[in-house]
Ligand binder design. Structure first.
Ligand code: GLU
Length: 497
């Protein structure tokens, strides 16, 4: 056994999204685990599109899968636009393969055609419900008719059902849940080919996993109940079982399944909110897994080295947004000035800051970004911190200017003095600005916060801003002086009113 995998075949893992909407963080966590296993064992990571449910197909959903994986750097080897020797990797392009395979099972009497009408099935369900029968589902009406074992073709207009063994158990050693066992008699003869000629998920995924030589199937625990069906299809073909790992559901703090009503659930929404890909990878990995129960910040290289699918906990894990914010703050803080500047610049190219009239250059951001990096939890928050530098107009009220325990006369004095002092500056640089303004504070014998609060409001219109002296340097002499003069006018008007 290789590092807790049951199988010693070449490691081939697949992420098998259905194109039904924006990928949920739960799906992407599955993809991440797949990717980590492939990386760790130098195996292959395959992305297969499971679009057999044509009614649920959403246009553009495949592109969203692609962008989500690409954003996180989860490069794949086959499928989703990449060729490979096991293609096609889109199930709707593999219909002939399923038809050939269902006919193998029909000829071996492991599957049969079923012509029962929807009305009959509805009536059957009603009766079963009324009689409180333990076994609900198809009653095998078409199973005993020899004519239903003739070759299937789409034009038959029927469904094909699997002839489920009526006794015995289906059992498997799941990598996360250990031994799992199901009673076969409780499972109906389920549909493998639908009347529209498309296979069901159960059938298509088993056929594809086998033909694509998948060695390990990682998927959400909601698929556990499908496992006996999949085990029996493998048996009917005499195929070797791959490994399975049914991973825990991601829960919201109220312990229900994380869904839209709890906030963002799609990876691309997190991208838009300004979370870093490295944060998402680290955070998602820790939903259900840990290195030692303590270490929180784990680099991708370390994850690849230490991750072990069988160390996952089988119970659901809670998505803690506070922890995500904290983690993102850590990753932001640990970036060098040029790295953070580039990240912020790229973020704003994709999601332009609405409140800015002009967008900062990467060079400017190299100076500004380090000033706020300690305070940021997300890239998006940076906009609010530095908006005043890139807005043509700022606005505030006279009440905003007058600080706590100050008054309008004092505010007037602060602004006049600041104008005089700063206009004399030879070099409009943070260190000189600081010396001058601090001299004023001593001369006026006031609390620094009171004085600087007024200047901050006058020059930024914000209660919070990056460190003031640096901010003024970035604003530049002309803009700073204009803003102070405007404030001066406002205060004087108010005094004279
Ligand atoms: N198409 C299924 C889904 O979207 C994949 C289940 C599996 O991995 O077997 O959840």
């Amino acid at each position: 056994m290789r590092n807790n995998l049951n199988s010693d075949k070449r490691v081939r893992v697949r992420y098998a999204p259905s194109p039904t909407g924006e990928p949920h963080v739960g799906n992407i966590r599955t993809a991440l685990f797949d990717w980590l296993v492939a990386k760790k064992f130098d195996g292959d990571f395959i992305v297969r599109v499971e679009d057999t449910d044509q009614d649920r197909k959403v246009d553009g959903a495949i592109d969203l899968q692609k962008s989500s994986l690409q954003w996180l750097g989860l490069e794949w080897d086959e499928g989703l636009g990449k060729d490979g020797e096991f293609g096609p990797y889109v199930q709707s392009e593999r219909l002939n393969i399923y038809i050939d395979h269902v006919n193998i099972l029909i000829s071996n009497e492991k599957a049969y055609k079923c012509f029962c009408t929807p009305e009959r099935l509805q009536e059957l369900r009603k009766k079963q419900r009324e009689s409180k029968s333990q076994v609900v589902g198809y009653d095998g009406f078409c199973r005993d008719k020899s004519e239903n074992y003739s070759t299937y073709s789409i034009t038959d207009g029927c469904v094909v059902r699997f002839a489920m063994p009526q006794s015995g158990q289906s059992t498997l050693n799941d990598l996360v849940r250990n031994q799992v066992t199901f009673e076969n008699r409780l499972i109906e003869d389920f549909v493998m080919m639908k009347s529209d000629g498309f296979p069901t998920y159960h059938f298509a995924s088993v056929v594809d996993d086998h033909l694509m030589e998948i060695s390990l199937i990682v998927r959400g625990e909601e698929w556990l109940s499908s496992l006996p069906r999949h085990i029996q299809i493998h048996k009917a073909f005499n195929w070797e079982m791959p490994d399975f790992a049914h991973i825990p559901t991601i829960l919201a703090p109220d312990k229900t399944k994380l869904s839209k009503r709890h906030g963002a659930t799609s990876v691309l929404e997190f991208k838009k909110e300004g979370y870093l890909p490295e944060t998402m990878i680290n955070f998602l990995c820790l939903l259900g897994w840990s290195i030692d129960g303590e270490q929180e910040l784990i680099s991708i290289d370390e994850l690849i080295e230490k991750f072990n699918i069988s160390d996952l906990s089988p119970s659901g894990s809670v998505f803690d947004k506070n922890k995500l914010n904290w983690m993102n703050g850590q990753y932001l803080k640990n970036k060098s000035a040029p790295q953070l500047a580039k990240t912020l610049f790229d973020f704003w190219v994709e999601f332009p800051p609405e409140s800015f009239d002009s967008v900062p250059s990467e060079k400017e951001l190299e100076i500004i970004a380090p000033l706020i990096s300690e305070r940021l939890k997300t890239l998006r928050e940076a906009e609010e911190w530095i908006a005043f530098l890139y807005k043509n107009n700022i606005s505030y009220s006279i009440e905003d200017l007058i600080q706590k325990n100050s008054d309008i006369q004092l505010t007037n004095l602060f602004i006049e003095k600041a104008i005089n002092s700063l206009s004399e500056l030879e070099k409009f640089q943070a260190s000189f600005i600081e010396i001058n303004l601090r001299e004023l504070i001593s001369e006026l014998e006031v609390k620094p916060g009171m004085f600087l609060g007024t200047i901050r409001m006058a020059t930024s219109g914000q209660i919070i801003s990056p460190p003031l002296f640096e901010s003024l340097e970035i604003l530049g002499r002309e803009k700073t002086m204009n803003l102070l003069l405007q404030a001066d006018q406002m205060v004087k008007q108010s005094i004279n009113a």
